[in-house]
Design a protein. Sequence first.
Length: 198
Amino acid sequence: MEVERWLGAHCPVCGGSLDAPGICRGCSERLRPRRWQNLVFLGSYRELRGAVRALKFKGGRRISPPIADLLATGVRESGWQLEAVTAVPTTWWRAMLRGYNPAELLARQIAERLDLPYLAVIARRYTVSQTRRRRDERARMKPGTFYLRRELEHRRWLLVDDVWTTGATFRAVERALRGGGAEAVYGAVIAARKGGAW
Ligand SMILES: [Zn+2]
């Protein structure tokens, strides 16, 4: 039974015992999608660090459905008139280590809930220095870091990532999408760093 798989485990958000799949009922009720400019998110990185880590490192497939539910609700309430969903691509070695890209996993589930196509239209250029860059240095991310893998057939996009820090990654992907003809790019992330986004 599904119930046996999560009983006795801990909620990655509050650390309490898990009484529902992914995140506990208390957290599901407490967490509400918030909006800041073109971004929907669930809270601060400090508050949601556990959820972000769980999505990346263990049980990601279990925690993503309730997170996707919440984010999809926030996006629906925004009235953004979206046409398609994509995710910030991870580096190939991270995807290989984990077997999946957490942002893509989330993006696919959000797309499904919004009845929109998920399209992997963005690729990431491999650079050695990228791994050594600190947070403040990422703010100067080169425009060519991300590029389009194919022509865009949609104009209004939702871009999904796990965390918003400085917004540099988001802006770099947005530039690539706009370069391909996108007219509007909105974001959905689990957590945003205070001072970074709001
Ligand atoms: Zn909880």
